[in-house]
Design a protein around this ligand. Sequence first.
Ligand SMILES: Nc1ncnc2c1ncn2[C@@H]1O[C@H](COP(=O)(O)OP(=O)(O)OP(=O)(O)O)[C@@H](O)[C@H]1O
Ligand SMILES: [Mg+2]
Length: 455
Amino acid sequence: MPAVSFTDLGLPASLVRVLAARDITVPTPIQAATLADTIAGRDVLGRGRTGSGKTYAFLLPLVARLAASKSRSKSRVPRALILAPTRELVGQIESALKPLAKVAGLSSVSIFGGVSQQPQVRALRSGVDILIATPGRLEDLIEQRHCSLGNIEITVLDEADHMSDLGFLPPVKRLLEQTPQRGQRMLFSATLDARVGVLVKQFLHNPVTHEADSNEPATSATTHHVLQVEHEQRLPVLADLTSAPGQRLVFTRTKHRAKALTRQLNAEGVHAVELHGDLSQNVRARNLQAFHAGRVKTLVATDIAARGIHVDDIAMVVHADPPVEHKAYVHRSGRTGRAGKTGTVITLSTGGQLRDLRALTRAAGITPITTRIDTLADPILVELAPGERVRTPPAGGSVTSASAVAGGRPDRRRPQPKSEPSARSSKRHNAPRTSKGRSTRTHSAAQFSARARTS
Ligand SMILES: Nc1ncnc2c1ncn2[C@@H]1O[C@H](COP(=O)(O)OP(=O)(O)OP(=O)(O)O)[C@@H](O)[C@H]1O
Ligand SMILES: [Mg+2]
């Protein structure tokens, strides 16, 4: 039987064309399950795997319904509200929305903190149809009377279970209370659970629940591994994995750890940037952009990047610190294996952490393969992260700890002449890299193995 099409589900031809221009022609399971109801204006709870297209599942009906609605007025007050937990996710949703909104003649604004509010206020003054916001800044702007939610017809909560967590619930409730009672509400997440009950009870009317792919683990296109390492082996193992080809996202539990690990990886010759709440918004945006563009292959992040963030072709997610709970495991891991692609998830764990980790992966519906790593010669490292290891020595530094733990001799690299560009300078990252280039050092997996065997 041919798959149901976007047109069959009631999507206007103008939006179908926008999708087709992006090679999006067949609805994903969560889109196929929800679109008919959402386009008809029903309240919907939608759960679909990470990377399964939930963003379009709420954006398409939102745009289709606003475009068809008779309420469009000259003054252009906001008629739809999308709430999301992080500034990065707000920006990403707006990027997906823009082309759809454009053909429908609708305007939007992203509202989030950490940047000047003036451009946001100016956009609101000039009139917008769709708000995409984090709760904090939106409340600020409403308090200052720059914005009102009195004409909102459609409200979306992306990552709805997270938006129902203690930290978010009070502002989210206050915002929903300001929207007209009979408006349409859509709640989406890969881990939609009982946590949303409070919001459902108070704000949804006769909602229909759709769970797509519910018989598969949340991230089934992905293989899951646990590498059991001694505490002091964590960095060398991580440096080995992250110096292989491809892009990877490394998660830590705290901002402090993200910062420290980024520094340590760079000292190991692995160019990495960080993403966490201690950075200014400019730096957050710059680092994520560098990762998006592929200029930097390793991003070290806190759970700020765990939910919703989509970067094409992340081959591997590494939990450098095991997450605190199973939902964090699902969302972090879901940054790879998206949109039908495959991915590898690796959790580094000490022996003492294994028990908790097992309980956590079980709760996530995952049975990872556990391997104990005693040396960097272990073939599992190349199996999980295939390819030649490439490292770029930092200016004046040496790349020693991997070899030290592997039992190899301390690094004997020739010190860099002063005239060479600093290995930390941003120019370097634009320069083409070759495995034989002056500022680039390569280790083949075999070399690492040979080093390790000397121990
Ligand atoms: N019908 C489709 N066909 C092909 N690709 C699609 C389709 N719908 C969405 N995509 C693409 O899939 C990718 C992942 O989509 P999206 O970010 O919406 O996933 P998600 O379900 O929200 O994941 P998460 O739970 O991590 O937030 C995006 O690059 C998007 O453009
Ligand atoms: Mg999403």
